[in-house]
Each structure stands twice: as C-alpha cells, then as structure tokens.
Write a protein that binds this ligand. Sequence first.
Ligand SMILES: [Fe+2]
Ligand SMILES: [Fe+2]
Length: 166
Amino acid sequence: MSDDVVELILNDHRRFEELMRGLRDKTSDRAKLRDDLSQLLVAHGEAEEREVYPQLAKKASEDDEVEHGEEEHAEINKALLEFLEVEDLDSDDYDEKLEELAEVLNHHVNEEEQTLLNDAREELPQSERDKLGAAFLVARDTLLKTNCGRVENVRLVVEKTKDRID
Ligand SMILES: [Fe+2]
Ligand SMILES: [Fe+2]
C-alpha cells in the first residue's frame, strides 16, 4: 500500500462519500455506519492537523489555507456532534442533521483537494509525500484505536476547538 500522503487522504475522502451514501439509505445499518463515519472523521481530521497541515504550512502552503482548513474541521465536528445526538435514526431530524453534515463535509473535502493537496502535489518531492503519509497513518490509526469517534470524545473535541468558529 502507498504511503503517499495525497493518496492516503484521498482514500479517506472516498470512504467518507461511501459512508455518507450508506447513511442516506433507509435500509442500511445506520447506527453502525454513523459510528464508522464518526471514528474515521475524527481520526482523519486530527491526523491531518498533527502531521500534515503543519508541514504543508512550512513547505508548500499558505498559513491562511491551513488555518482555514482547521476552522472547517471544527465546523465538521460540530455538525457531526449534532448528527450523533440524533436518537431516532428514521426521523426528519436525522435527515436534516445528515444533510447539514454533508454540506460542511463536502465543502471542506472539495476545498482541501483544490488547495492543500494540490500544493503537496506541486511542491513536495515524493520522498516528502511518503514521509508525511507514514506519519499521517500512524497518527490516524492510533486515534482509531482509542475509539476517538465516540460521542463523549467528539463533544470534547468540539469544546476544545469552538473558538475557531466564533
Ligand atoms: Fe481531508
Ligand atoms: Fe481536512
């Protein structure tokens, strides 16, 4: 499997789309998919912030692109928390909160691929991309093992980053 940070991030973005599609489906196991999405979203965003964004800000990207990305992560986590707090997985509220999450998530994925990932493609040599990818994977997988997507933890993450979106 590739260690290329661009490929690894794109793989997760594809997985987000797949999970969101499953979550729209009334016949799927929505509780399971919602938990899977929450785990991956939190691990992916935190691993980007720890291992990828700071390096990009140093070598390839503008600081304000990175800061903007972090602000959008905070918006995603807030929408994720509201979605996780929905109790009836067959309700209008569920559809509404899912749609709100889709909106901020799609926006961010689109923008990240257009800015930060293109900076990495254009500015970083393959060796650097592989190094970042390996560090991203370790951080992401370590977070996944801590059950980082459980609602209590998402609540903490939202609390910790709320100043980014005031
Ligand atoms: Fe991402
Ligand atoms: Fe991101």
